[in-house]
Write a new protein. Structure first.
Length: 305
């Protein structure tokens, strides 16, 4: 998107706010990002980049290479209107795991839990159709009480709407986060807003920013440890509404802080813009579309065409 928009804008001044969707806390990923950003900065010196980092570690890495970076964890953009506890819902499963079909998601770590509900999808960049079917089959065969919330079409999970995902959460007791590396893993925030406690493994990427030790446990990447942590959280019997209310308080504080940081960024770049107008972004801005579609929308904005 930045490459396409930068070419469109030519030598007109522009400020790009870039959400980091995947952890850059390893040398290969960071170097790839740095080279691309350097190329853009050299080609379009009037186009400024500001990286919105999911962790303070990412911010430090970027600032050491003279890039402008701020700490704004992307889980702030998850909708508290969509994800919420559903009154009267019956708990049918010990845990839920919302994760795409990909080996790094480590679905096998849930194998020792008696009842698990999976919410999933296939990403072509991670698995072919045949590999996705085989991976899903292995996952569901680990226990007769492991089920998929999605309907299956041609052996693969069909998409669920956000409301359907929230309904799946309402049938479960604990949310699972099992990968060793992420972006910020929006599903972790969805769990919390739906009132679910969380079992996570140690990870990089920022999904732990909004976790609370009272209702979130970090377990070793071992199926038995994951199972024991799920049972321990179930035993605490923390009301869903308490988890949601505490998460909302943290979320609101983080959004206010991010707006303050963004206002400072705008001031440094000479922009008279209230950050509350752009952060958190409207749901329509988060829809995945081809760059050409976004560019067409931008061209309709005053003073851009």
């Amino acid at each position: 998107m930045v490459e396409a928009l930068s070419k469109l804008l030519g030598d007109r001044p522009a400020l790009f706010l870039l959400l980091i969707y995947w952890s850059i806390e390893n040398p290969t990923t960071f170097e790839f990002l740095r080279r691309n950003a350097e190329r853009l900065r050299a080609r379009s010196p009037r186009h400024s980049l500001v990286f919105m980092c999911n962790t303070t570690e990412e911010q430090t890495l970027l600032e050491k290479t003279q890039f402008e970076a701020i700490f704004v964890n992307q889980n702030q953009i998850v909708s508290e209107k969509t994800f919420r506890p559903l009154p009267g819902a019956a708990i049918e499963f010990d845990a839920v795991y919302n994760a795409k079909l990909a080996r790094f998601k480590r679905h096998h770590l849930a194998a020792a839990i008696d009842g698990v509900l999976y919410v999933s999808y296939r990403c072509p960049n991670d698995m072919s159709r045949s590999a996705g079917r085989a991976y899903l089959q292995r996952t569901l065969e680990r226990s007769p009480h492991h089920r998929l919330a999605n309907p299956i079409v041609n052996g693969l999970p069909a998409p669920l709407t956000p409301d359907e995902v929230n309904e799946a959460y309402s049938r479960t007791a604990v949310g699972l986060c099992l990968s060793p590396i992420e972006g910020a893993m929006r599903a972790s925030m969805e769990y919390l807003l739906a009132g679910l406690p969380i079992v996570t493994t140690p990870s990089r990427g920022g999904r732990d920013v909004f976790l609370d030790a009272e209702y979130c446990l970090t377990a070793a990447a071992d199926p038995r440890d994951i199972r024991d942590a799920v049972f321990a959280l179930r035993a605490r019997r923390i009301p869903h509404q308490i988890i949601r209310e505490r998460t909302l308080a943290r979320l609101e504080a983080a959004r206010r802080q991010s707006q303050s940081v963004l206002n400072d960024v705008f001031a440094r770049h000479g922009l008279e813009l209230d950050s509350a107008a752009v952060w958190p972004p409207a749901a329509s801005a988060l829809t995945s579309r081809p760059p050409r579609s976004h560019i067409g929308e931008l061209l309709k904005a005053p003073g851009v065409g």
